[in-house]
Structures are given as structure tokens and as C-alpha cells.
Design a protein around this ligand. Structure first.
Ligand code: PLP
Length: 511
């Protein structure tokens, strides 16, 4: 290897071939493949060269090869580890879109795993041996639970809306109230979806008031469908009006155009039964005269990502015949999960016991508070800073019931100056602590509130899960009658916040 710009130091860089012949590196190559390991070794040598150039490292030639090998092994490990990993959602938002929304009930998880491992009768009618329709595996239950004649499932609710609009209103007009032209999280904006579906949006009424007459005047020869949208993520309050659903249904029937109602969340049960605010159900919407409803599978339903179209059998058949259905259909895993989830809805008691999304939503604040107190007591003396039990206001999330919060409790972690080497101000320290918790083997995601990191414990079902997750940033030994401070080996998180240290790389158990 030629000497480098800084003379002798670079001559000490180990040769790639030599590193590749080390037993530990050879073993790694047998497991992960030569290409990946070669790339890692080259990267590790580059790292070392850069460190030498910066003068960060004392050049000790004997150590250089070990250093390169160690870095290369760590690089391979990081590359081979899936980037998609379990996290603890302590944000207080139960259905957090960025954290994957609903966590599935165990029966659905098992059904998915079984479907993943095996061939399935996805489109095979076992009775006749003829080709079947994949929707049949869930259609019966969807019909029973919504009162619909028929139902079909696609990739998500955005896909359901796109597909339904494209089926009934390609090159045609769709009247929508100005008060319902929603945007859901950035890329789902109704006017844009309409354009992509090939429909012409006809805005009717005003932002706060739309009347039946507005729709009556807008429906004409070129109308493909009438659309209403549950304004799931905002509220229009005060001087407002919307057409009576039954009369809108009658109007659409009289004019011979389908009425499509996008429900967004679409819970299958009346949430009031569990002390939650009312959220419209598909059954109500269909009973009010909507011809088709669309809703998500992974919001309040508590299932896998999917979008459900339910309603009149003739219209559902038309939706199925749209070639776009083929592009938007769901796989066997999604159908397996839905097929296991939906029967839970037959028994309201099992619902809140077995569907994590609902179980968490109905969890009483007192129970959450008791958990917060237990957790705070256990980590209080082991955390480098202040730990307080605080009130929280959980949200359902995913746009459902946006202004309703559930009283909850959690812990606020306020790092002491020592934890980050005393360099940062209070606000920065909260952010740094948040980053350190995200860097844990099982990342813990909370929220910053007034400079503290707040962990809302609504979604924490076992204290131990959090205590185990936090262990790497807590001091080893709970203090025995000490005032914190020096007790135990200080494993302050500051040193670790740069990334997952090698020692903390064990994969968390699947939850
Ligand atoms: C959430 C939502 C959608 C989009 O559903 P995804 O399942 O996220 O695709 C569409 N419409 C409404 C009213 C919603 O609340």
C-alpha cells in the first residue's frame, strides 16, 4: 500500500486481502456473502484513513487491522439487520401512521404467519375445484357486520376511494361539498385523488354550509356519482349545515347516480358503548342510504392496512371488474389477518380484550396512572435526571376523532446536565434524550413537552417492556437508600446517543 499524504500513517493501513483472510472475517463472509463483506472492509479502511487524516486516532499499526476488522463486522451486522424494526409507541397516539397504525390481535398475527408459510386457497373454491374470488374469504363477515350486500378489499382506503371514483365517474362529474374536500396526511387530497381517478370535481355549497339543493342543482347528465366524506381529521363548528343523509340518499336514487360515502376510519362498533365519542359506522352510513362506503382496515377497525368497499352488490361487482382492482388488490396475508379479525366483532367482550387498538383506547386513566407510578418508582433513582409522573392526553390518531383526547398518564424525563456532559440547554437535552431513546435496541418513541421527554403509557401493556427497553440508559443497580448520583455503574445515555453501540445490538424479542 502506498504511503499517503500524511506520510507514514497511511502506510500502516491494512491491506484488503489481508483483512479478508482473517478467520472472523472469513466466517462473516460465509454467512453474509463475500460482496457485502468486501464492501464493509473497504468502508472500514476508508473510515480509518479519514480518522488518521483528521488526527483523531493515534496510529498504532498493530491495532489497525483489528480496528478495521471490528468496524467491518459492525458494518455488515448493521447492513444485514432489517431497517424496519419493532418500537415502543409511547407517543400517546394509539393509531400512529408513522408507527404502523394498528397492532394486530394475536389471532390475526397467527393467521398471517400461517398464510405466509403455506400455499392457500386464495382464489380456489375448494368445493368445486374452480377458480374462486379472493374477497369471498372476508365478504361474508363484512356483510354481516355492516349490513352491506357485498364487499371488496383493496390495499388501503385511499385505494378504495380511487378505485370507486374511477369505476363510476371516469370522465364524469362528482359533486362534493366544499366543507368536505379533505386532505389526509400530505399526499391524500381529495381534489387530487379525483383528478387521478379521471373524475371532474364539482364543488357544491360552501365551507360551512351545504344544502340538499346544492346537490340537486349539481347533479346532471354528466354526473357519475355523488360523494360525501366523513371529515375525520377536522371539525367545522358553529353556523353549519349538511344535507340530511336520508334525503341525500333519496335524491341520488331518484337521479340514478350512486352515492359514495368515504368514512375514513369506519369502526364496526358503536364506540359510545366503550365510553368513547361516537364515530359513524358503515352500517349507519349504508342504512342512511349510501350505496357504497369506503373505510380503512388499520384505523379503528384494528386490522391490517387495507381499504374496504362495501354496499350494493351490483356496484361492488362493477368495482371488481375495474382493471384497476387488479393493481390495488390485497395479498393472502392481509386477507388472512382480516379473516381472523372480523369474527372477533361478533362478541363485544372479545373485542376490547383481543384487539390491541380498542383495548388501548378503552384503558382507564387510573390504570395507566398506576403503571406510570410503578415505572417512575423503578427508574427514578437509576435515571440521570428527573422523573415525574404527569397527566397526558392520548389521541386516537390516523385522523379519527381529531379533537377528542383520552385522559392518560405517563412519565416525564428531564435529563440532568451530567447526562449529556453538561453541554446543552434544557430544550436541547430533551431532544438529545429523545434521540438516545430512539437509538435503543428496542427504540422508545415519546414526545417532547416543555423541554422534557414525555412517555404516555396508554400503549404500554407491561411495565417490564419499558423497563427492559430503557435498561441500557439506566444505572445498573437501583440505589440502596442513596440520593441517586453515584450509585451503581453510571451508564449515562450521552455516550450512547451517537448510535447503537455494539454491546446493545441484541435484537429485541418480537412483541
Ligand atoms: C384515513 C382516511 C383516508 C385514507 O385511508 P388510508 O387507509 O390511510 O389510505 C381516506 N379518507 C378519510 C376520510 C380518512 O380518514
Amino acid at each position: 500500500m502506498p504511503g499517503g499524504e500524511v506520510g507514514g500513517a497511511f502506510a500502516r493501513l491494512p491491506a484488503v486481502d489481508r483483512v479478508l483472510r482473517r478467520p472472523d472475517i472469513e466466517r462473516c463472509a460465509r454467512e453474509h456473502g463475500r460482496e457485502l463483506v468486501l464492501e464493509a472492509v473497504r468502508g472500514a479502511i476508508d473510515d480509518l484513513r479519514a480518522a488518521l487524516r483528521r488526527g483523531d486516532l493515534e496510529s498504532s499499526p498493530d491495532k489497525a487491522e483489528d480496528l478495521v476488522a471490528g468496524t467491518a463486522l459492525e458494518r455488515v451486522r448493521a447492513a444485514a439487520e432489517p431497517s424496519l424494526r419493532p418500537v415502543l409507541n409511547l407517543t400517546g397516539t394509539v393509531l400512529h401512521t408513522n408507527l404502523g397504525r394498528a397492532e394486530l390481535p394475536e389471532v390475526a398475527v397467527e393467521a398471517m404467519a400461517a398464510a405466509a408459510r403455506s400455499a392457500m386457497n386464495l382464489e380456489l373454491d375448494l368445493a368445486t375445484g374452480r377458480r374462486g374470488e379472493r374477497d369471498t374469504h372476508v365478504e361474508g363477515w363484512l356483510a354481516r357486520l355492516t349490513g352491506a350486500q357485498a364487499a371488496t378489499v383493496v390495499n388501503n382506503n385511499a385505494a378504495a376511494v380511487l378505485l370507486v371514483l374511477n369505476t363510476f365517474a371516469l370522465d364524469r362529474e362528482v359533486p362534493v361539498s366544499r366543507g368536505e374536500l379533505i386532505e389526509i396526511g400530505g399526499s391524500f387530497r381529495l381534489p387530487e385523488i379525483m383528478r387521478r381517478a379521471g373524475c371532474r370535481l364539482v364543488e357544491v355549497g360552501t365551507t360551512n354550509r351545504t344544502h340538499l339543493d346544492d346537490f340537486a342543482r349539481a347533479i346532471g347528465e354528466r354526473t357519475g356519482a355523488v360523494m360525501t366524506v366523513h371529515t375525520s381529521n377536522y371539525v367545522v363548528e358553529g353556523f353549519t349545515a349538511a344535507p340530511d343523509p336520508a334525503r341525500l340518499g333519496a335524491l341520488a336514487r331518484e337521479r340514478g347516480v350512486p352515492w359514495i360515502h368515504d368514512l375514513g376510519s369506519g369502526t364496526l362498533v358503536d364506540l359510545e358503548r366503550f365510553g368513547l365519542p361516537h364515530e359513524p359506522t358503515p352500517r349507519e352510513a349504508l342504512a342512511n342510504g349510501a350505496d357504497l362506503v369506503t373505510f380503512s382496515g388499520d384505523k379503528l377497525l384494528g386490522g391490517p392496512q387495507s381499504g374496504i368497499v362495501a354496499g350494493r352488490a351490483d356496484l361492488v361487482s362493477e368495482v371488481r371488474r375495474n382493471p384497476m382492482k387488479r393493481a390495488l388488490r390485497v395479498d393472502k396475508l392481509t386477507l388472512a389477518a382480516l379473516g381472523a379479525l372480523l369474527p372477533l366483532y361478533a362478541n363485544p367482550e372479545r373485542l376490547v380484550r383481543e384487539i390491541p387498538a380498542l383495548r388501548r383506547l378503552v384503558r382507564p386513566a387510573a390504570e395507566i396512572r398506576a403503571s406510570a407510578e410503578r415505572v417512575a418508582a423503578k427508574i427514578g433513582g437509576r435515571f440521570d435526571g428527573r422523573v415525574e409522573v404527569v397527566e397526558c392526553a392520548s389521541r386516537i390518531g390516523s385522523g379519527a376523532l381529531p379533537v377528542d383526547t383520552r385522559p392518560s398518564a405517563g412519565i416525564a424525563l428531564r435529563p440532568g446536565a451530567a447526562a449529556t456532559g453538561g453541554r446543552s440547554s434544557g430544550g436541547r437535552r430533551g431532544e438529545e434524550l429523545a434521540a438516545a431513546l430512539r437509538a435503543l435496541p428496542l427504540p422508545v418513541v415519546g414526545r417532547i413537552r416543555e423541554g422534557a421527554l414525555v412517555l404516555d403509557l396508554r400503549c404500554l401493556e407491561r411495565d417490564a417492556d419499558l423497563l427492559e427497553a430503557l435498561a441500557p440508559i439506566l444505572r445498573d443497580t437501583p440505589p440502596v437508600g442513596s440520593r441517586g448520583g453515584e450509585a451503581g455503574g453510571n451508564r449515562g445515555y450521552g455516550a450512547r446517543s451517537a448510535g447503537r453501540a455494539a454491546g446493545a445490538s441484541a435484537r429485541p424479542p418480537p412483541r
